[in-house]
Write a protein that binds this ligand. Structure first.
Ligand code: PMP
Length: 439
């Protein structure tokens, strides 16, 4: 089968999908809008491999955008979910898995004293914001350009991820009042943060930041005079009575065993943190947590309402717990060496083909920018050769490697990316690098 024939079933499904689902997808980046072409419709996945409706398989470097850190259909996780399913799909009442999952997170992440489970990262950040506003009795939220915190109204301005992929300034449908309460600053710009707090410190409820931005590509926070950007934000916010929300939906339990906080958490403490992805092992889970006094503001004890029919779902907590059970230091050492090996392979191939690039990482997470100079923020991230990326992406896909379909996304490895799997990527890279070079 030629690649053109091979996409027939996916192409048919995509055209059917477009009749009944906007743009044929339930989350924008999946539509391949910025890279063009038909997204493969997947039928199954196992380990590091994806299988599509046309009988092709791909080495997966998306990992469902983060959750599949142990690889797909990992037997102990599947078994835990099967077992839980046999005991009931949803109770809408307390169950022990919720307690165990919250205990696991609290034991790993020092600033998290209490935790609520929700169903997505979006819900987590939305709820954390509400708590921060209630705790401070202030309205303004500060975010950074290129950071993505889910599709929360207040957090879509100059957001990363799909908002960046499609070069959208924000989203229609967000009220002017909501937009007015969000201040967007350039990532890493301490002078801008200080100036804003000097002028409006008394109005600011919280600063929210990705612990290490990874939705404009990976842009690790930088130190200045021995003080990391996260610590600077915590100190600046606290000096004005504002809170710091550290969003670890993507980095949590991936960048290290303790998330990016485990890499960078020296001398600062976020007030609230948000999680998602890995915490649910592939089922829909998010979480927000932090200081006990702040989490105590939640209903029914406190005045901040937050709830969910499926929150703390027994299948989801079973998947999360089974995933955590394997995420020990050995697993992180494997992820780190796999990630390093892959970065080196990509760098070698692109260098050999003469393709300008820079690879940046945060813990085991990394991304590849198609430009020469380091990326320190969203303006830099936008200045890359996205056409070279598109050629690279399609050549990789044709050769059986499934990359994130956007130059603004991190690449995700799993513990199932064995040396044999890496060899398949190595085979694909030289041709793809050549394609990227051929303008
Ligand atoms: N915060 C960050 C840092 C994220 O990366 C994401 C999703 N990529 C979200 C929040 C939103 O999570 P979800 O897609 O589960 O709503």
């Amino acid at each position: 089968m030629t690649p053109a024939d091979a996409t027939t079933v996916s192409a048919d499904l995509f055209s059917r999908a477009q009749q009944v689902i906007p743009s044929g997808v339930n989350s924008p980046v999946r539509a391949f809008g910025s890279v063009g072409g038909t997204p493969p419709f997947l039928t199954s996945a196992q380990g590091a491999l994806l299988h599509d409706a046309d009988g092709r398989d791909y080495v997966d470097l998306v990992g469902s955008w983060g959750p599949m850190i142990l690889g797909h259909a990992h037997e102990p996780v599947v078994e835990a979910v099967r077992d839980a399913a046999g005991r009931g799909l949803s109770f809408g009442a307390p169950q022990s898995g919720e307690v165990a999952l919250a205990e696991e997170v609290v034991s790993r992440i020092a600033p998290v004293e209490q935790l609520r489970l929700v169903n997505s990262g979006t819900e987590a950040t939305m709820s954390a914001l509400r708590v921060a506003r209630a705790a401070t009795d202030r309205d303004v939220v500060v975010k950074f350009a290129g950071c993505y915190h889910g599709h929360v109204d207040a957090l879509l301005a100059e957001a990363g991820s799909g908002v960046a992929t499609f070069a959208m300034p924000g989203s229609a449908g967000v009220t002017a009042a909501t937009a007015r309460d969000t201040v967007v600053l350039p990532y890493g710009d301490r002078a801008a943060v200080s100036a804003l707090f000097a002028a409006r410190g008394g109005e600011i409820a919280a600063v929210i930041t990705e612990a290490a931005p990874a939705n404009m590509g990976v842009v690790p926070p930088r130190e200045e005079d021995g003080i990391g950007f996260n610590r600077f934000l915590a100190e600046t916010a606290h000096a004005s009575g504002a809170l710091l929300i550290s969003d670890e939906v993507l980095t949590g339990f991936r960048a290290s065993r303790e998330g990016y906080y485990g890499v960078d958490g020296e001398g600062w403490t976020p007030d609230l943190m948000t999680f998602g992805k890995v915490i649910g092992g592939g089922l829909p889970v998010g979480a927000f947590g932090g200081r006990k006094d702040l989490m105590g503001l939640l209903a029914p004890a406190g005045p901040v309402y937050q709830a969910g029919t499926l929150s703390g779902n027994p299948l989801a907590t079973a998947a999360g717990l089974a995933t955590f059970a394997e995420l020990d230091e050995t697993a992180y050492a494997t992820l780190a060496s796999t990630s390093r090996a892959l970065q080196q392979m990509v760098a070698d191939a692109l260098t050999t083909a003469g393709v300008p690039h820079v690879i940046q990482n945060a813990g085991t997470l990394f991304s590849v920018f198609f430009r020469e100079q380091p990326v320190t923020g969203y303006d830099d991230a936008k200045m890359q050769d996205t056409e070279a990326f598109t050629r690279f992406f399609h050549a990789m896909l044709d050769a059986g490697v499934y990359l994130p379909p956007s130059a603004f996304e991190a690449w995700f490895v799993s513990t199932a990316h064995t040396p044999e799997v890496l060899d398949r990527i190595a085979d694909a890279l030289p041709g793809a690098a050549k394609a990227a070079a051929s303008a």
